[in-house]
Design a protein around this ligand. Structure first.
Ligand code: BTN
Length: 267
């Protein structure tokens, strides 16, 4: 694959983000195991200022629930992979990853849907994934402040889907000509604003906007614990509401994964 060398707008990002994140470090790595893993290592070592770490290539990208994450076609520029580390002290952490997914979707395209808790889908295929982790660092904070590490992977260039558990979509199908640096420029500032807004007011004020993009609402779903039901949207804390044989249940993202039920599965 011969793609043009990537040109990352490091100065523009620093200029746009530093007022929101004083002391921000912006770094681009040619190759790294995982941007989330690297920032988690730095957080545990107690040396993590606000940092935006971009990787042209990840060799051991990580997804939710211990899964791996393959960066596009495995060539630089095939996907955007980055993580943002910042201190956050929300009153309630629930719904953070949904708020991130919403910010990314809104910054990219009106047709992108959200598959609870935070996958971005387009036309029945997965376009992007989000992995949010937190660390209290080595100096145990006396207050509720923790370091949030928000990792985002977006498929950019066309993919044939071989080796993917879920068929992929790619951003150039929605935004012709966009490249990984361009996608990062679109996402970064709205993402930081969304994180600060979440810190101040939590997920509840975002629930309506999430609902407007909710892929699962009204759909039969299958949960990884073997149960099934019909998704009935998300609550003010970001829990997925699923109506099953035993009534309405609230599912939280740490518990289970959810997928649309195959046609003909019992509801
Ligand atoms: C998922 O869909 O399960 C989440 C995927 C998250 C992938 C991104 S790519 C940048 C960051 N580094 C990682 O190792 N994972 C996240």
């Amino acid at each position: 694959m011969n793609r043009p060398a990537l040109s990352w707008p490091v100065d523009a990002l620093r200029g746009a983000l530093a007022p929101l994140l004083p002391g921000l470090v912006v770094e681009v790595a040619g190759q790294i195991d995982s941007t989330n893993s690297e920032l988690m290592r730095r957080a545990r070592a107690g040396r993590l200022p606000p940092t935006l770490l971009v990787a042209e290539l990840q060799t051991a990208g990580r997804g939710r629930l211990g899964r791996g994450w393959q960066s596009g076609d495995g060539e630089p520029g095939g996907a955007l992979a980055f993580s943002l580390a910042l201190s956050l002290a929300p009153r309630d952490w629930s719904g953070l990853s949904l708020a991130v997914g919403l910010a990314v979707a809104e910054s990219l395209h009106p047709d992108i849907r959200l598959k609870w808790p935070n996958d971005l889908w387009w036309q029945g295929r997965k376009l992007a994934g989000i992995l949010v982790e937190t660390s209290s660092g080595s100096a145990a904070a006396a207050d509720a402040t923790r370091t949030a590490i928000v990792g985002i992977g977006v498929n950019i260039a066309p993919l044939d889907g071989t080796g993917f558990a879920t068929p992929p979509a790619w951003l150039q199908a929605l935004l012709p000509g966009v490249d990984a640096p361009g996608a990062l420029l679109r996402i970064a500032v709205p993402l930081v604003h969304a994180l600060r807004a979440f810190e101040a007011t939590g997920f509840a004020p975002l629930a309506e906007r999430f609902a407007a993009r909710d892929l699962l609402a009204g759909q039969p779903v299958q949960l990884s614990d073997g149960s099934q039901g019909v998704a009935e949207g998300v609550g003010p804390d970001g829990a997925l509401r699923v109506r099953g044989a035993t009534g309405l249940r609230e599912v939280r993202s740490a518990e289970v994964s959810v997928r649309p039920a195959p046609p003909g599965a019992p509801g």
